[in-house]
Ligand binder design. Structure first.
Ligand code: B1M
Length: 212
């Protein structure tokens, strides 16, 4: 790993938010590709944080401060990843489902979709089915993007899809789901229109779902 990328990786694992911002900017100034900085430095660091948590070396507070360092780095990368859009190709209501606070992956997906000219209505994390329904109605969205990182919150995707059906807006939207514990099979089981494994695949899926 190149020195500056390794420094970004270490700063996230060690949760040095200021260092993450400085080093991400430094990597951009050195001409590194934003996607490379993201995947090799930042996402890999969060994977290591997860491993440390599983092994009992890190606890929730450590995960939380690492996540903050990651978010700080993402805010520096965002302008490079989101080019100025001319015309929106679709309106997406996005959120992490009820009971789930993990929003880094969802934020990345939103960022990439925005870069691909989608308009994003980001509802944040811990989003109730009713909130999804209200946003679809009030924004006249044509897509819903749901994220879940916990096996215990995955079922809330189905609850949300059922709520969209009950509200009579299911057929107005394409529904895309993602998050580490999910699979294509699970997406089919709950009646979503598609599953994407990562943020760049999410863009390809979103485009194909709306026929762009
Ligand atoms: Co939590 N956590 N966490 N955590 N956390 C995981 C997910 C876990 C795997 C850690 C572990 O045990 N190894 C584990 C889940 C186990 C399970 O259910 N299978 C876990 C746990 C157990 C918990 C708590 C229950 C811990 C506790 O309290 N005892 C708790 C739950 C809180 C809650 O949500 N109610 C908890 C809390 C937290 C923090 C709040 C401290 C923090 C989140 C902060 C935040 O997000 N603002 C946190 C973190 C940081 C993690 C890990 C370490 C990192 C997650 C992350 O950001 N990854 C995570 C371990 C891991 O993932 N290795 C872990 C980086 C991110 C870029 O990847 O989110 O996977 P990811 O997103 C990817 C793809 O999944 C995909 O694209 C993204 C980019 O490529 N994707 C989509 C995601 N959404 C998509 C949507 C799409 C398409 C693709 O379309 C709509």
């Amino acid at each position: 790993m190149e020195p500056v990328i390794k420094e970004i990786y270490d700063s996230i694992v060690e949760a040095d938010q200021k260092m993450t911002s400085t080093k991400v900017q430094e990597a951009l100034d050195q001409g590194f590709d934003p996607g490379y900085i993201l995947n090799t430095g930042m996402v890999a660091a969060m994977t290591e944080v997860g491993r440390l948590f599983e092994e009992g070396e890190y606890f929730v507070p450590e995960m939380l401060v690492s996540a903050r360092a990651m978010q700080a780095g993402l805010s520096i990368l965002k302008p490079k990843m989101v080019e100025a859009n001319i015309q929106s190709i679709g309106k997406v209501v996005a959120g992490t489902v009820k009971g789930d606070m993990h929003d880094i992956g969802k934020n990345l997906v939103c960022m990439m979709l925005e870069g691909a000219a989608f308009e994003i209505i980001d509802l944040g994390s811990d989003v109730s089915p009713d909130k999804f329904v209200d946003a679809v109605k009030s924004h006249q969205a044509n897509m819903v993007a749901m994220s879940a990182l916990l096996t215990t919150t995955m079922p809330n995707m189905k609850v949300t899809i059922d709520a969209l059906k009950e509200a009579g807006v299911r057929d107005q939207v394409k529904i895309m789901v993602g998050g580490a514990p999910l699979s294509t099979q699970y997406a089919e089981e709950i009646g979503a229109d598609g599953y994407a494994q990562d943020a760049s695949r999410a863009v390809a899926l979103a485009k194909s779902l709306i026929g762009a």
